[in-house]
Ligand binder design. Structure first.
Ligand SMILES: Cc1ncc(COP(=O)(O)O)c(C=O)c1O
Length: 283
């Protein structure tokens, strides 16, 4: 199947899609991105993802490359041209191409790239659960902005893979778990309270996190936003991650220490089912 990408106003074959060598995303990681899941041909949580894109742009003091209506059209066109029924659409906006100077360029226009690919939900992994290692969170203090500067995330993920784990949970200087390299971290305490980090500068406020939170609240589950320590996570009844591609994935071991009885827990399973139904029927 030939693939197509949208690059600054044109739909081009994926293999020939290019941006300038002085694009600021390439030189400074001066850009932001979004990933939206496509399920049965429909976008999951499109509105919240586009709201977060706007927020990231505002925090970076970057102009939007286009208005929302044409952006939504371009996303759909990339999905259509790539014949994606289940998968993801990726959007990246950088401050554009300009001679290399740290300060904002005066003339550059924001550059927009949109790609899409097929990807089935990872049902086997969701069924079985995953293990994570923990690593120091060495990232900057604006993790709430979804920037393309993922250096620390890339290094941590690679270290996890080399350790035979699915991912790394990042732990701050105070011993608190912030999040995974591309997902939010949750625990269920022994008295059945759902806990996930406060959405502040220390984490990316995941869209899946917000949807799972809304589903949990509808079901009347007890939920609290606060940092939790690594010790608390290892002693928790259940643990899981949320993310656009992970959905709700159980975490069954942290640093080789099993969580609960080492199997996906009942509350995690319940949320997993609720989210799967939600993703299957996006608004
Ligand atoms: C660092 C980080 N945290 C959390 C998430 C989960 O966010 P979302 O649910 O919007 O995919 C991501 C997603 O890529 C991420 O990169």
């Amino acid at each position: 199947m030939s693939r197509y990408a949208y690059v600054n106003g044109r739909y081009v074959p994926h293999g020939r899609a290019q941006v300038h060598i002085e694009d600021r995303g390439y030189q400074f990681a001066d850009g932001i991105y979004e990933v939206v899941a496509v399920r049965h041909g429909r976008l999951v949580d499109e509105g919240p993802h586009l709201d977060r894109l706007d927020r990231s742009l505002a925090e970076m003091r970057m102009a939007a490359p286009m208005a929302r209506a044409p952006l939504r059209h371009a996303m759909r066109e990339v999905i259509r041209r790539n014949r994606v029924a289940d998968g993801i659409v990726y959007m990246q906006v950088t401050r554009g191409a300009a001679p290399r100077e740290h300060a904002f360029p005066k003339a550059a226009k924001p550059a927009l790239v949109i790609t899409a690919k097929r990807l089935l939900p990872k049902f086997a992994q969701m069924e079985k659960g995953v293990s994570v290692i923990t690593l120091p969170d060495i990232r900057w203090k604006r993790r709430d902005i979804k920037t393309v500067n993922l250096t620390a995330n890339v290094l941590a993920k690679q270290q996890a893979v080399e350790a035979g784990a699915f991912d790394a949970w990042l732990v701050d200087e105070g011993g608190m778990v912030s999040e995974g390299t591309a997902s939010n971290a949750w625990i269920v305490t022994k008295d059945k309270e759902l806990v996930t980090h406060t959405p502040d500068y220390r984490i990316l406020n995941g869209i899946t996190r917000l949807s799972v939170r809304a589903l949990a609240e509808t079901e009347g589950y007890r939920f609290v936003e606060r940092p939790f320590s690594l010790a608390e996570a290892q002693a928790a009844a259940e643990a899981f991650i949320t993310g656009t591609t992970a959905w709700v994935t159980p975490v069954i071991a942290i640093d080789k220490k099993q969580v609960g009885d080492g199997k996906p827990g009942p509350l995690t399973r319940a949320l997993q089912r609720l989210y799967a139904t939600y993703a299957d029927n996006p608004a």
